[in-house]
Design a protein around this ligand. Structure first.
Ligand code: AMP
Length: 439
């Protein structure tokens, strides 16, 4: 079996997978194809002006979360959704919102996102989905000047996509009110919790009318989210696609045990052998991300880096270049692990194993999106055993161990997950722990 050959793509998921592109040879009559292609969406009760946008987006079949959520949301019910990343969640909530808003009016929908990148992504999706309506969307996030965002507000948006801090700034300045909000979406609620945004979120909800439709999405439901959901939702329908702890069936995982001192060399060797379209490398720290970028550039790789210390403009520029394919390697911290939708990421490489099991799911969810196949590679050193065990327990599977052929390991990697402890192949190749401590 060659490198990265172990596929865990199941027949079931292949059949359920939405087809993104229609067969060009079938393109005889655009009008007929549009109707035929979106009929599955029409059956969910979406109106014509939304169906047209769906056809523009190239969607043919609703994903499971869209299938379940859209009819419920069109009825005006609240939902609590635990969909895994890359499942088509954005369209699942955005399409019914647009259908219900229909025509331009006041600020009637509010979508809260934990990060600027996620907010931007949802905003971009809304631009496509609202194309055949006169609905307007505003995007508000921190780290940039207020001027342009204020202009968007003056244009009377129907939908606001925002991160909590900047939205509260505007609300505090009384730039606008949320008294006409009919639908509130709290996306990635567990991430909001991790980032300390829950008090802000509660305050924002306090600005919206008590009678509203509310949607809460969270990959995991820790007690704080559970109590928030009880407070903000009214008889919600629970929608759970995947277990919330599961990873997409389209992703092949592998663990590469390696000695700490050979980690970077193994990364370089992997990049040399993998046939990647684009690779996203995760590090635990910002400093780590900068270091990997510097080291890889010294080896003639063109590499972008993105983490919270980089200026917003620079982050956007880097994202743009990565999306367009100008940059094929991006090094990042967990800031981009949630939700960022960049199509065509063929490989996610965990240079450092994530300490929180949920982060593993989110990181690798950047590949294998919308039924495309992807590879998730994790470098693993002896000190990280507990983290790896935690991840495997969380996702309910043992990730296969792999060895890179042709790589000169100083310690022979252990392929049996039951004894995850690198053993020294040849004592003369590496100093003893005692000798290392003396250095
Ligand atoms: P999301 O989970 O909302 O971030 O979506 C992940 C990716 O799936 C995005 O690139 C969407 O454009 C794409 N997508 C969403 N719904 C569908 C669908 N029904 N058919 C094909 N692609 C979709």
């Amino acid at each position: 079996m060659g490198l990265f050959q172990r596929r865990i793509l199941t027949e079931r998921s292949r059949q359920a997978a939405p087809t993104i592109q229609s067969d060009p040879s079938m393109e005889t009559d655009t009008a007929t194809i549009e109707v035929a292609n979106t009929s599955a969406f029409a059956a969910l009760g979406l109106p014509e002006y939304v169906l047209k946008a769906i056809a523009d987006a190239g969607y043919e079949t609703p994903t499971p979360i869209q299938q379940e959520a859209i009819p419920v949301l069109l009825e005006g019910r609240d939902i609590i959704g635990g969909a895994q990343t890359g499942t088509g969640k954005t369209a699942a909530f955005a399409l019914p919102i647009i259908a219900r808003l229909h025509k331009h009016g006041k600020i009637r929908a509010l979508i809260l996102e934990p990060t600027r990148e996620l907010a931007q992504q949802v905003y971009d999706a809304l631009q496509v989905f609202t194309k055949h309506t006169n609905l307007r969307t505003a995007l508000l996030y921190g780290g940039v000047r207020y001027g342009k965002q204020r202009e968007q507000i003056l244009r009377c948006p129907d939908i606001i996509v925002a991160t909590p801090g900047r939205l509260l700034d505007f609300l505090g300045q009384k730039t606008f009110k949320l008294e006409h909000v009919e639908t509130l979406v709290l996306d990635e609620a567990d991430r909001m919790l991790d980032m300390g945004f829950l008090p802000d979120v509660r305050r924002i909800i306090g600005y919206t009318p008590a009678k509203r439709q509310s949607l809460l999405f969270s990959a995991t439901v820790p007690p704080a989210i559970d109590s928030l959901s009880k407070w903000m939702l009214n008889e919600p329908v629970t929608i759970r696609i995947g277990s919330g702890t599961s990873t997409a069936d389209t992703i092949t995982h592998s663990i590469y045990p390696v000695d700490d001192r050979q980690k970077f060399d193994l990364l370089v060797a992997l990049l040399g052998q993998i046939d990647y379209e684009s690779a996203l490398i995760f590090t635990r720290t910002k400093r780590g991300a900068d270091t990997i970028q510097r080291w890889l550039e010294a080896r003639d790789h063109k590499v972008g880096v993105i983490h919270s210390d980089r200026a917003q403009k620079e982050r956007e520029q880097t994202m743009l270049h990565f999306r367009s394919g100008k940059l094929r390697v991006l090094v990042a911290t967990d800031i981009v692990a949630r939700g960022i939708d960049i199509s065509g990421i063929s490989h996610v490489i965990n240079y450092d194993i994530p300490q929180h099991p949920e982060d593993y799911v989110h990181r690798i969810g950047r590949t294998g999106r919308a039924a495309k196949e992807g590879e998730a590679v994790t470098l693993f050193t002896a000190g990280e055993q507990d983290f790896l065990r935690g991840i495997e327990r969380f996702i309910g599977q043992t990730i296969p161990r792999s060895k890179l052929e042709g790589f000169d390991y100083s310690w022979s990697p252990v392929m049996d997950s039951a004894q995850d402890k690198p053993r020294r192949r040849n004592r003369s190749l590496g100093p003893s722990a005692k000798a290392r401590r003396r250095r």
